[in-house]
Design a protein around this ligand. Structure first.
Ligand code: ZN
Length: 277
């Protein structure tokens, strides 16, 4: 990903998505907003306890960066499901300038120009999808539950069903999330992954492949590489590996630059992923 600064707002973009005409996107950092304290400064979460006026101003700054209007934003309502909403013209503004009238929505897809999809993060994995052939996009939130339930594949299926998307045409980005070294999980979570992805566990001395993304730590703890798992899910769903860009930056390793749930014990704001046509 590339670091960008516009009007003091620092945000990240993907090389591959930047190359598609008619697609705009960004991933926010903590820098360039007006929120203070644990929300300092670019908090985009209305549900974290921050002042609404500050979050409004932060969204307004991101709209300026993206070259869109606050009314173009449509947000998810994230509850670690694999539910995906087909976003239409009448959803414009929901979650930012108007209340949402849907729930349990971790993925958003659309083919309507002008709409900018928005999902929220602080360690979980942002998944960006662009279909340049059918001029359609998808944006999904994938924590460990979303990952084990193959949120990426669910999003691709929804784009196929609604826009006739061929997975081999997709250009994908995996945004900033928690890295493997920082992401310790308990044995019960590891068991769920081993059941869904046989062969995902890396043993001592093994070299990593596309299929191994978890390793034992100690005391019945494991380390999980959510990026590699989500990349594998995209590849298994038909996306060419060369079309998937990875973040190269960890939220938990960089808690003053990015919001991290783990690094702050939950005392934090939200970053947002933005993807529009
Ligand atoms: Zn890390």
């Amino acid at each position: 990903m590339i670091k960008n600064i516009k009007s003091n707002v620092e945000y990240l973009t993907f090389n591959n998505l930047s190359g598609i005409s008619g697609v705009r996107h960004a991933f926010s950092t903590r820098l360039g907003g007006v929120s203070s304290g644990i929300y300092s400064s670019m908090n985009l979460g209305y549900t974290r306890g921050d002042d609404k006026a500050c979050v409004d101003e932060n969204f307004s700054r991101m709209a300026a960066v993206l070259g869109c209007d606050m009314n173009d934003f449509v947000t998810g309502v994230q509850t670690h499901t694999t539910n995906i909403r087909l976003v239409t013209e009448e959803d414009k503004g929901k979650g930012v300038v108007r209340p949402v009238d849907y729930s349990d929505t971790d993925g958003l897809i659309t083919n309507i120009p002008g709409i900018v999809l928005v999902t929220f993060y602080a360690d979980c994995v942002p998944l960006f999808f662009a279909d340049p052939v059918h001029k359609a996009i998808g944006l999904s939130h994938s924590g460990w539950r979303g990952t084990v339930n193959r949120m990426g594949a669910a999003t691709i299926r929804a784009m196929h069903d609604n826009f006739d998307t061929d997975p081999s045409d997709l250009i994908c980005g995996i945004g900033p999330c928690i890295c493997m070294d920082c992401y310790e999980i308990s044995e019960d979570v590891a068991d769920v992954f081993m059941k869904e992805f046989p062969g995902c566990l890396l043993s001592a001395g093994d070299t990593r492949s596309d299929h191994t993304f978890m390793m034992p730590k100690n005391d019945d703890k494991y380390l999980l590489d959510l990026r590699a798992a989500n990349r594998l899910i995209m590849i298994e769903a038909g996306v060419p590996a060369a079309n998937i860009e990875l973040p190269g930056i960890c939220t938990c390793c960089n808690p003053s630059y990015l919001f991290s749930h783990r690094a702050t014990n939950g005392k934090r704001g939200n970053m947002a992923a933005f993807l529009g046509l």
